[in-house]
Design a binder for this molecule. Structure first.
Ligand code: G4P
Length: 533
């Protein structure tokens, strides 16, 4: 099979949701349909359970599980589907954001009772930044939930995207009878079944078919006709092009736990979801069908065995064919590197592979040469863009507790932040190290790993900052003035970009109105925006 065919066969995506909406359950059911696993319950729940927030070994164990299930590849309908896992715990949200840079589309899971939740909004913001195509799955229809029309309104208003139902629920909770597929014009009736795939599809000639009344009852049939009439009146026809450009999200309803609505979702997914798409670099756009290999690292995972400091770098292939044992250029280091044991991930198995294609993700053993965002090519000097850092929300100063080990501490914190565990900022005078994260857990992870992997002891002192904002301007004088005026609140990121550590939302607004010449960016994505603009 040639490059072109391999590309067309692949769909690389992630499932995102607010914790507990049903991401793990849906993942498992997709693998079940894809034949990658035989029975439900085979995929370990890789969520860090809420009760274990301070149990570090538990975190490590969970992290270990998530290496194995980081990428789950399976075949369905002649397609090779790469499902990239994202951590469920909110403290690892940044990991999720970065994984989203490596996919071509996402499925967003919503709990029918809870609707749009905090994490849903944040994840969708990230998708909206790069116009990632989104399919929405409204889950837990077997439980009492909100009215489907209200849910659609809430999705549109809170997620800033248009929606278009492609399936419609008949009742909800106790009265949930099934789904009418507007796409296929068929009825799929509900049978609760958690472990097996059972389907009861009834073909009807249209909504006027009297079989409908016979099957679901007269009043449910009348309600369905009214609902569908309303939908067709209010919503435009589904337009795949608008879905692909991230303007409109098709919506499906079902119950992942009961295997319900999952196949409809998967069938539509393989029909409409994009194959690997072109990606931006700082030099040019890279098309997947270019014969020369390119790829970037979007995630780095530490080895679980602390005696071995090697790590696994996850490489997303963007163009051409990746081959084992071939030399590639590590662009940032300007060095040629090759990999003798690149691994692929099939559900929970890891295998050494000889070749991989655009859309695939391979694991590379790394002894510390990779940073998140690193690019590999066949020699061309360019870096893939759009792997942003987001403003952390918790800031602490890293204090060395053992002056004899400052070198180890320095090296350790550099490597851990290269891995993306947290962000590091330096403050002057004195090169004070400010560590920023999105969750409390990371501080525990850093402290533990610095001690066990680098032999360095540290402590964290709280710092009362609210957000880190990257600064850009056309007016250097004003920027320098700002930096002087805010001395105690200015730091530099690892690439030496100036960052304002705003003490509060109010102070940030003040700074914005006092310095209109400066733009304050909540993500480091501004580098891309500056280029595009
Ligand atoms: P997450 O990965 O998004 O965090 O969610 P997960 O799949 O773990 O699901 C969260 C809870 O919701 C689980 O129950 C799961 O069984 C349940 N669930 C998922 N899909 C459905 C559905 O369609 N209907 C109903 N009624 N429940 C659903 P749990 O009690 O927290 O965990 P478990 O002990 O069942 O694993």
């Amino acid at each position: 099979m040639g490059l072109q065919e391999e590309i067309h066969k692949r769909k690389t995506f992630a499932i995102i949701s607010h914790p507990d909406a049903g991401k793990t359950t849906l993942t498992e059911k997709l693998l079940l349909f894809g034949g990658a696993i035989q029975t439900a319950g085979a995929v370990k729940n890789n969520k860090i359970k809420k009760t274990a927030t301070s149990d570090f070994m538990e975190i490590e164990k969970q992290r270990g599980i998530s290496v194995a299930t980081s990428v789950m590849a399976f075949e369905y309908g002649g397609m090779k589907i790469n499902l990239l896992d994202t951590p469920g715990h909110k403290d690892f949200a940044e990991d999720t954001y970065r994984t989203l840079t490596a996919v071509d589309s996402v499925i967003l899971v919503i709990d029918a009772a809870n609707g749009v939740e905090a994490q849903t909004e944040r994840l969708m913001e990230v998708c909206r930044m790069r116009n990632t195509p989104v399919i929405i799955f409204i889950n837990k229809m077997d439980r009492e939930g909100q009215d489907p029309f209200d849910l659609l309104d809430e999705l549109e208003s809170k997620l800033n995207i248009k929606v278009r139902p492609l399936a419609w629920p008949i009742g909800i909770g106790q009265k949930f009878q099934g789904v009418y597929s507007m796409y296929e014009k068929s009825l799929n009736l509900f049978k609760a079944n958690k472990t097996k795939i059972e389907k009861d599809i009834i073909e009807i000639s249209g909504l006027d078919d009297s079989l409908l009344d016979k099957t679901i009852g007269e009043s449910a049939a009348t309600k369905l006709r009214e609902d569908v009439d309303l939908i067709e009146g209010v919503y435009d026809e589904f337009d795949v092009k608008k879905y692909l450009s991230g303007e409109i999200a098709p919506v499906f309803f079902g119950s992942a736990l009961n295997n319900f609505g999952v196949q409809e979702l998967l069938d539509a997914f393989i029909k409409i979801a994009p194959s690997p798409i072109e990606r931006h670099t700082d030099m040019r756009e890279v098309k997947p069908e270019e014969p020369k290999f390119t790829g970037f690292v979007f995630k780095i995972h530490a080895n679980l065995d602390p005696r071995h400091r090697d790590r696994i770098a996850f490489l997303r292939i963007c163009s051409g064919k990746f081959e084992r044992n071939k030399f590639y250029r590590h662009v940032r280091l300007n060095q040629d590197v090759r990999f003798s044991n690149p691994t692929s991930f099939m559900a929970s198995d890891k295998n050494v592979i000889d070749e991989a294609w655009p859309g695939d993700v391979v694991g590379l053993y790394d002894s510390g040469t990779f940073k998140i965002g690193d690019t590999l090519t066949e020699g061309e000097k360019m870096m893939f863009q759009g792997i942003p850092s987001f403003s952390p929300e918790i800031f602490r100063e890293l204090i060395n507790m053992d002056p004899m080990k400052s070198k180890q501490l320095e090296k350790g914190i550099m490597q851990l932040t290269d891995e993306g565990v947290a962000q590091l900022f330096l403050m002057q005078p004195g090169n004070r190290k400010v560590v920023g994260t999105v969750g409390e857990l990371q501080f525990e992870v850093i402290q533990y790993r610095l001690e066990h992997e680098y032999g360095a002891k540290c402590r964290f002192d709280s710092m009362a900052f609210y957000k880190a904002l990257w600064l850009t301007t056309d007016n250097e004088t004003k920027l320098n003035e700002f930096i002087r005026a805010k001395q105690g609140q200015i730091a530099y990121d690892k690439d030496n970009n100036p960052v304002f550590l705003a003490p509060s939302a109010w102070m940030l607004n003040m700074a914005k109105s006092d310095y209109p010449e400066i733009t304050f960016h909540a993500t480091s994505e501004f580098k891309l925006a500056v280029k595009a603009g």
